[in-house]
Design a protein around this ligand. Structure first.
Ligand code: EPZ
Length: 421
């Protein structure tokens, strides 16, 4: 079991280059199955979620080649298999995004239900309702979702919640359906827009991505294409928050500042100085900044994927902050770990009340999910003394070379193998 040993209290400075967005790369990798020929995807982050989804796609008989330069080549020409192995699916929830493309292109898909994780039960009812509306039969046997359709027909679909995954899955399924599909109350995240841009480059007809209603006019065939995914706004936001808590001067580069508007406005509300460039943001730690209230919301509201990280910042803010988690029902697993480091946090339902403290103290803590892990690294860098962090594999799921990037800023972090010390 890998652990990080992090020495807190060092002030960091320098610049960090942001990689391609995990949550754009994953749906686009699935979407590549829709094409009759090879897609060359660029700016793909080197993370285990991408590696694991690539293994599942490869298990279908698809050619998948990952080049060092962040290029991922997917050629679905020889696909001969449409069932995903549970042992791989359990490692990557986004495997559920394979259902839409397989259903559209081959009329069949058998994917084990990815199941819940630390942050919630992660149901798929909205995905499956959309597939049925398009004419598919959906069954669930022994934990495996089986979808079949001789052909898909355009339909009008309303999402009870603007689910990112359901929007992506139904949009992909509808690209090869007969006729027009409208999906209402869709997710508007930048990753949805990036996926729609990729699908249109394949030859699909998708309109309205980024708004509340997406309209897809089905076509008969799609062809492979080159596409470079957008920068990862959540990776960028994570480092911006790290900058606010422990960097004298940090420049976060290769980003689209507009995708981080909610975070930037909230940090300015707390009295933290942020300088915004065309594709970079500069942030300097301020000794004193105010506690603010945060509510997580679908885009363009404050992103749930930055909630654990901003909670760490609020743990050392001046005053009381209330963080309301409106997206996932169980995304406060990092609270107990932050409390072990001296944070003063009380959870009441979907709200966490944080009394800012002067200083956190190093401790042995465990990451329960990807973003909680990032929040604990932040806390450890700002804390007094040494922190032992286990659950490093969660961080590697979504952050390319986080340790190397932080060490280059002056952080003192070691990665050790072996049991608890
Ligand atoms: C995507 O997950 C992201 N993952 C998540 O990022 C992100 O937190 C989430 O969107 C919200 O922004 C990827 O894009 C790979 P949802 P997804 O469907 O699609 C409920 C990270 O750290 N829901 O928008 O699974 C669900 O239970 C990860 O990078 C249903 O009820 O999220 C949740 O409460 C974590 N029925 C809410 O909607 C459904 O059929 C939001 O889920 C689907 C979802």
């Amino acid at each position: 079991m890998k652990r990080l040993v992090i020495e807190g209290g060092n002030s960091l400075s320098g610049s960090i280059k942001i990689n391609g967005a995990k949550n754009a790369a994953l749906p686009i990798m699935a979407g590549a199955l829709l094409g009759d020929s090879t897609s060359i995807l660029e700016n793909i982050p080197y993370i285990s979620d991408v590696e694991n989804l690539g293994k599942i796609i490869k298990s279908f008989g698809v050619e998948v080649e990952w080049k060092e330069n962040g290029q991922l080549i997917i050629n679905p020409h020889n696909i001969n298999h449409f069932e995903a192995p549970y042992q791989l699916v359990r490692k990557i929830r986004a495997s559920n995004l394979l259902i839409g493309p397989l259903l559209a292109k081959y009329g069949v898909a058998e994917i084990p239900l990815p199941g819940g994780c630390a942050i919630g039960t992660r149901p798929m009812d909205l995905h499956l309702k959309g597939f049925e509306a398009l004419g598919a039969t959906v069954t669930m046997e022994h934990g495996i979702i089986k979808v079949k359709a001789d052909k898909l027909e355009g339909a009008s679909i309303y999402l009870d919640f603007p689910s990112v995954g359901a929007t992506e899955n139904i949009m992909m399924a509808a690209t090869l359906a007969e006729g027009i599909t409208t999906i209402e109350n869709v997710a508007k995240e930048p990753e949805i827009v990036d996926l729609a841009n990729y699908l249109n480059a394949l030859g699909a007809k998708v309109k309205g991505a980024g708004t509340d209603v997406i309209k897809i006019t089905g076509v008969s065939q799609l062809h492979g294409v080159n596409h470079s995914v957008i920068p990862d706004r959540i990776e960028a936001g994570t480092y911006i928050l790290m900058g606010a808590i422990c960097c004298d001067d940090l420049r976060v580069e290769n980003i689209i500042p507009k995708h981080l508007e909610a975070l930037i406005l909230k940090l300015r509300e707390a009295g933290i100085e942020i300088e915004e460039g065309e594709d970079w943001i500069r942030i300097q730690r301020s000794e004193l900044f105010k506690a603010i209230d945060i509510k997580t919301l679908p885009y363009s509201g404050f992103p749930t994927d930055l909630q654990p990280q901003i909670m760490t910042l609020m743990a050392v803010a001046q005053g009381t902050s209330i963080i309301t988690e409106n997206i996932f029902e169980n995304r406060f697993m990092h609270v107990d770990e932050l409390k072990r480091m001296g944070a003063n946090i009380k959870v009441e339902g979907c709200c966490a009340i944080i009394e800012g403290e002067k200083m956190l103290k190093g401790a042995s803590v465990h990451a329960t999910d990807l973003r909680a892990g990032a929040a604990l690294v932040m806390a450890a860098l700002a804390a007094e003394g040494e922190t032992y962090l286990s659950g490093v594999e969660y961080i590697e799921r979504g952050y390319q070379s986080m340790i190397e990037k932080l060490v280059a800023l002056g952080a003192k972090i070691k990665c050790i193998e072996g049991s608890e010390g």
